[in-house]
Design a protein around this ligand. Structure first.
Ligand code: NAD
Length: 249
């Protein structure tokens, strides 16, 4: 249980779903984890469950000053997992400009601010690993998710730019994107619960991948753990799918 021993890891969106799973897995493998989320109650609860030396940081990832405050409060950063995200559903004909901007503020601006803060810190402490949660929707189109696809496509290419910059500057900072298909988290459960026919909606999500099931949070967390660890030390600028074969179709 020491694959990331001695590392300090900040996980945004750590109060729920994939972020929560990543926080738990990284902590179990020896990292000191800072659970960051705008949800104070649930974020603090996740950190309390992990116990010392893990902690909670109240952070809205769209808040530039909030990032500065959080970064100033930690002595070093080895791993950043940018998992905070929202999914605004809607086709190009349905979305308002306000919805488009909200979607990009959290998923794209939030990831940009996180990457910038992490590079600024990691370059002074010998390097690190940045892991950005994109989606299969950052690789292939989804008709009913125009803004979500756009925001996750932005995360995919931002990741490659960060990786190339860090390599060029010899910072020893790696940056990779992770692309899950439908994973069993509160985000997906919300879509199931609010669908006109919840049973049908769950079946749709399950049947979407060739493996005919929803992904588990652990499926993603184990990939994130690998990217956070030194086992992946020559992997940067990569896009890794965890999708039960969906994008192989
Ligand atoms: N669940 C899936 O099927 C799936 C698939 C592909 C990609 N993803 C991506 O994985 C990431 C995690 O998704 P999830 O399913 O765990 O979602 P989730 O809704 O369970 O958790 C998201 C967390 O992000 C936090 N958050 C939202 N906006 C924030 C903000 N502005 N500042 C700080 N925290 C904020 C929420 O409070 C919540 O704790 C997201 O980026 C999502 O787009 C999820």
């Amino acid at each position: 249980m020491t694959r990331v021993a001695g590392k300090v890891a900040l996980v945004t969106g750590g109060a729920s779903g994939i972020g929560r799973g990543c926080a738990q897995t990284l902590a179990a493998e020896g990292a000191r984890v800072i659970v960051a989320d705008r949800d104070l109650e649930r974020g603090a609860e996740v950190a309390a469950q992990l116990g010392a030396p893990h902690s909670f940081a109240h952070l809205d990832v769209t808040d530039e000053e909030g990032w500065q405050r959080v970064m100033a409060s930690i002595e070093k950063l080895d791993v950043l997992v940018n998992s905070a995200g929202i999914a605004v559903w809607g086709s190009i004909e349905e979305l308002t400009l306000e919805q488009w901007r909200l979607q990009h503020a959290v998923n794209a601006d939030g990831t940009f601010l996180g990457c910038r803060a992490a590079v600024g810190a990691m370059k002074h402490t010998g390097g690190g690993s940045i892991i950005n949660l994109s989606s299969v929707a950052g690789l292939i189109g989804v008709a009913d998710a125009a803004a979500y696809c756009s925001s996750k496509g932005a995360v995919r290419l931002l990741t490659k730019s960060v990786a190339l910059h860090a390599a060029k500057e010899r910072y020893n900072i790696r940056c990779n994107s992770v692309h899950p298909s439908f994973i069993d988290t509160p985000m997906v459960q919300h879509f199931i619960d609010t669908a006109p026919d919840s049973g049908k909606a769950r079946m749709f999500f399950e049947r979407a991948s060739p493996m005919k099931r929803l992904g588990e949070v652990d499926d993603v967390a184990k990939l994130v753990l690998f990217l956070a660890s030194d086992e992946s030390k020559f992997i940067t600028g990569a896009e890794l799918v965890v999708d039960g074969g969906l994008t192989a179709l």
